[in-house]
Design a protein around this ligand. Structure first.
Ligand code: ZN
Length: 386
């Protein structure tokens, strides 16, 4: 049964699609490494040259608001510096895969919008980090750790709350016209005990051939947002399953857990950076931990740490995905719809159903499709037997 479903996926992908899917996996690894190398090169250009320190002096970075300015300018410079990497791994790779439909100008506009949203959220966060380090200029973490943890908690809340805004900035949306489908989804919500906030269809097809769906909070309810690309092909049963899966994440409180774990990794990463930055006092014109000119180094340490630490994050998220699949199968016990959904998702997103195990272990926050199918079949059998 699993074999038959896998067979269907390989057939849907075709030889060409499978080649692209495997290439996409490779690019995932190279993109991740290139990101860290880019951040490292930026630090190398800015810090030992004394440019970061000069910038801080020019912008009055010793002051409270000057520090914010230094953080924002350094973040903007880093975005410009790593733009070629983003161009290749976000834009060019999608074009070569045939999934990207944006013009270069359209992509650049999105990159800018995303950069502005990041500037607000992360800019304020890193500013807060430097203010905390200034307020407690000691190596002893018990002094600044509570304040740092508070700043990270606010960052995680900000990242959560900004999600609907990110979607709105990226895609135009319209309400779902299909009343019958609306009614079906309302019933899935009812069975799960959640207040139904309707469906919005994102006009993603102008930009990508890939498919996706999510739930976003809206006034105490959850709204289903679905890419038009996915809606066109997945069918009502498929969408029902996808929505039930997302409700599973909500029922299991995966979001707070995920943000909590991510926040913990952030705190550890910045504490590591604090230890390293303390050593830089007096080098390259830097003044130690409270100096915003150290931002390129802080970002490098944080990025390198997250490159490794994401293994823990991803392992946790994969386990939550299995749990959400089980939750969905309990409420929409239609294994065939489950399988058809994955055939569509694999074909649209050029997903390798059986990626190399080490790549899945390191970089995937979702289990491979083959493993999800196996788990679903095993689960459905055990339910029927009981
Ligand atoms: Zn999920």
């Amino acid at each position: 049964m699993i074999q038959a479903a896998l067979e269907q996926i390989y057939q849907a992908l075709g030889e060409e699609g499978l080649k692209k899917a495997r290439w996409q996996e490779k690019m995932r690894v190279w993109g991740m490494l290139a990101q860290v190398v880019g951040v490292a090169l930026f630090a190398l250009v800015m810090v030992p040259t004394g440019w970061a320190a000069a910038l801080r002096d020019a912008l009055g970075g010793d002051g409270t608001f000057g520090a914010l300015l230094v953080v924002l300018v350094l973040m903007a410079l880093q975005s410009l510096f790593t733009l070629p990497l983003a161009w290749y791994f976000d834009y060019r790779v999608e074009r070569l895969l045939g999934t990207g439909r944006q013009t270069l100008a359209g992509w650049l506009l999105d990159y800018l919008k995303q950069g502005l949203i990041n500037a607000v959220i992360f800019g304020l966060f890193f500013w807060a980090v430097y203010l905390v380090f200034r307020a407690w200029p000691t190596a002893w973490p018990t002094a600044w750790l509570p304040a740092l943890t508070g700043a990270v908690a606010l960052l995680m809340l900000g990242l959560y709350l900004v999600q609907p805004l990110v979607l709105r900035a990226q895609f135009k949306a319209e309400p779902l016209e299909d009343e019958a489908l609306n009614e079906r989804l309302r019933r899935v919500f009812e069975r799960a005990g959640f207040a139904y906030g309707g469906v919005r269809v994102l006009r993603a097809g102008e930009k990508t051939a890939k498919g996706n769906a999510a739930l976003v909070p809206r006034g105490g309810r959850f709204e289903v947002v679905v890419f038009d690309t996915l809606l066109e092909e997945i069918g009502p049963e498929g969408l029902e399953f996808v929505v039930a899966h997302e409700l599973g994440h909500r029922a299991h409180k995966d979001w707070p857990w995920m943000l909590g774990l991510y926040g913990l990794l952030f705190v550890v990463g910045i504490a590591l950076a604090h230890a390293a930055l303390a050593w830089t006092a007096g080098c390259w014109g830097l003044a130690g931990t409270g100096d915003p000119a150290t931002l390129p180094l802080l970002l490098l340490i944080l990025n390198a740490w997250l490159l490794v630490a994401q293994v823990a994050m991803n392992a946790f998220m994969r386990s939550r995905e299995f749990a959400a699949d089980r939750y969905a199968l309990e409420r929409v016990p239609d294994l065939q719809a489950f399988e058809r959904t994955f055939v569509t998702l694999a074909r649209q997103n050029l997903a390798d159903p059986e990626p190399p195990a080490w790549i899945e272990f390191w970089l995937h926050d979702h289990p491979s499709i083959a493993r999800r199918l196996k788990a679903a079949v095993r689960y459905s059998r055990s339910r029927c037997g009981s």
